[in-house]
Design a protein around this ligand. Sequence first.
Ligand SMILES: Nc1ncnc2c1ncn2[C@@H]1O[C@H](COP(=O)(O)OP(=O)(O)O)[C@@H](O)[C@H]1O
Ligand SMILES: N[C@@H](CC(=O)OP(=O)(O)O)C(=O)O
Length: 476
Amino acid sequence: MAHGNHTVEKIGGTSMSRVNELRDTLLIAGDDPYNRMFVVSAFGGITNLLLEHKKSGKQGVYALFADSEEDDHSWMAALKRVQDAMIEAHTGILEHPGDVSDATDFVRDRIEGARSFLIDLGRLCSYGHFRLNEHMSMVRELLSGLGEAHSAFVTALMLKRAGVSARFVDLSGWRDEGDCSLDERVKQGLSDIDVSQELPIITGYAQCKEGLMNEYDRGYSEVTFARIAALTHAKEAIIHKEFHLSSADPNLVGEENTRKLGHTNYDVADQLSNLGMEAIHPSAAKMLRQADVPLRVTNAFEPDDPGTLIDDSRGDTPGVEIITALDVISVEVFEQDMVGVKGYDTAILDAMKRHKVWIVSKTSNANTITHYVKGSLKSVRRVERDIAEQFPGAEIEVRTQSIVSAIGRDLRKQSVLGRGLAALDEAGLDVIAAHATPRNVDVQFLMPRDEADKAIAVLHKAFVEKEEKAGFREAA
Ligand SMILES: Nc1ncnc2c1ncn2[C@@H]1O[C@H](COP(=O)(O)OP(=O)(O)O)[C@@H](O)[C@H]1O
Ligand SMILES: N[C@@H](CC(=O)OP(=O)(O)O)C(=O)O
């Protein structure tokens, strides 16, 4: 089918916290603000408070509710914290007292609704026939949707006040009886909108029977965004971020030292997402690729800069494009009797799947299998217990470490492993392990946690800053 005349654009949480600064530059751009659909994430930090902190794992409402024993109401205090944080966020954004008041009413109504739902559910599950754990995924879905409903509502209010015909499109399924698929939800939500006359501000959370959280987990706004772009045949899908997609985290190495990627491919984007630095959610990337919708990632605060194009291209200049890191827990299973015996790996994988531990990377030799995983220490301990039960003779070591990775579309003949190790050694940093794969798109250095940030700076200097200076690479 032919592409439409509109774009679908996503604004991430960090940028949403400053959405007032984007009003006249990004949202109301040029003479005609229309023919664009905006999909928004919750304001920065809100989903962390609703569920659990994405990086530290600190419990939010969901995690506290899931763990609560009878008479433990700590989740209620957490829900109140969400309410306060939401009100604080929109008070900083909306100028008109009438809008602030409407937004506060909206928050109170939704939070109160969620509170009643959780209390009722708790009560219901005190009867033997209803098991709370069978309903927890629904609780997770309901809580997630609160964050995006709020940010979309506030953004639409702000734009209407500025004279734009903006429309709040709530896909979160609030008080909705329907049970529809993601595609049906999107189609229903957008059915009566004329994008040439109206600016839809759509919730990045979409309620659907398959469960958006359940299927895609955190970062789900990009899935909603990609689905909308694919279904409406957008001419382009654009993700607006706080910075350009850069050669390293600008907050870590200084924005002035980083380089905008300019152009990269889905392979690199997948590696980034595996390491928690989401350029784009892998499922969202797949949807856009299949629908043949071009994807761009821009800096929300530099609307005139075209940003980074992501496609299927192979790099024209070989080299490292980005350095990123992730805190991991390594689970090393050593068993002398492992040599030549099958079944260890499968058993370890099963335990990890059972306890929802995400595997980032792995290595093995004759008698040792090591997985580098993301997940709470508590779930990793459960994995350890299961493996120990199944293989009583195995020695299992669990350690907290970080993977620092150098990634690029084409790392052939770049000696990234050797040069990286030399640079880290010269800087006096201890590398625990390192590995490259024959596909030549990434090289991983395993570092002690407290040296990861330093390692990023050292590798960035070696592979990006020095090369730039030497003129090896054209600036993007
Ligand atoms: N290579 C990188 N390029 C740009 N930002 C990065 C990079 N690595 C880490 N970041 C960090 O990601 C943070 C969140 O960025 P952004 O994508 O806008 O967030 P959100 O998930 O809220 O959309 C930024 O504050 C920045 O510090
Ligand atoms: N707010 C959700 C969904 C999302 O995609 O957020 P962001 O665009 O800020 O990564 C989350 O934190 O998971």
